[in-house]
Design a protein around this ligand. Structure first.
Ligand SMILES: C[S@@+](CC[C@H](N)C(=O)[O-])C[C@H]1O[C@@H](n2cnc3c(N)ncnc32)[C@H](O)[C@@H]1O
Length: 208
């Protein structure tokens, strides 16, 4: 079942990869750019893991004095991230194909883990967040920017109804309870910031 979920997610992102940046361009300019900057400005490193690096949209926001390892499940998305990786940045940025639910890194490898708009599509988000905790050093930080189930009752009812068909078509779940998932995985939540008035997009900071 988990294997099927993984294949579904990978195939959807491989399919979407050529269009991903174009589809997201308007919202990227309007909102995401400044949110990404705010998120990455908080990181101190030195060793940072980015889960679900996608087409590499966060790369321009990586602070210059940190080392980043970026992983993604989809070869199609990752290929685009590799293409846009500036040559002079290559010694401090490593990109690998890997499943967030089963990472190859030893325990306590990273000082911080960052992820943007990913735990909506990781097939088992709690498993992925537990893996993130395992590879983070004690006292290390998790920074997430994620869309999730709205706090607004009418909106959340609609989102729950649409979740299954949207997941089938795109690989994305729109009704995840990501703040709760972070807690269930064993992280200590420090801060949750609502980026939208309905609580659909939130920035989460947690400690291992
Ligand atoms: C909506 S995209 C976000 C990409 C990028 N973080 C951004 O902000 O534009 C979600 C990404 O998560 C990746 N992903 C989904 N499940 C994953 C998993 N289990 N392990 C690693 N990456 C995963 C997908 O392949 C996709 O590239």
């Amino acid at each position: 079942m988990a294997q099927r979920g993984k294949q579904h997610t990978r195939s959807r992102y491989d399919l979407i990869a050529p269009l991903y940046n174009v589809m997201e361009w308007p919202i990227e300019q309007l909102l995401f750019k400044s949110w990404r900057k705010d998120l990455w400005d908080q990181t101190k490193g030195p060793k940072v893991l980015e889960i679900g690096v996608g087409t590499g949209k966060n790369i321009p926001y990586y602070p210059e004095d940190i080392q980043v390892t970026g992983i993604d499940l989809s070869p199609g998305m990752l290929k685009r991230a590799k293409h846009q990786l500036p040559k002079k940045q290559q010694p401090r940025i490593t990109l690998k194909q890997m499943d967030a639910q089963q990472m190859d890194f030893p325990d306590d490898t990273f000082d911080e883990v960052v992820s943007t708009f990913v735990f909506c599509s990781v097939p088992d988000p709690v498993l992925g967040l537990k893996e993130a905790l395992r590879v983070t050093k004690p006292g290390g930080k998790l920074y997430l920017l994620e869309h999730m189930l709205s706090k607004n009752k009418s909106l959340s009812t609609v989102m729950e109804k649409l979740d299954a068909p949207i997941h089938y078509l795109t690989g994305v779940h729109i009704a995840r309870t990501t703040v709760e998932n972070v807690k269930i995985a064993g992280w200590k939540i420090n801060q949750v910031q609502d980026m939208t008035s309905n609580g659909i997009v939130r920035m989460i900071e947690a400690t291992s």
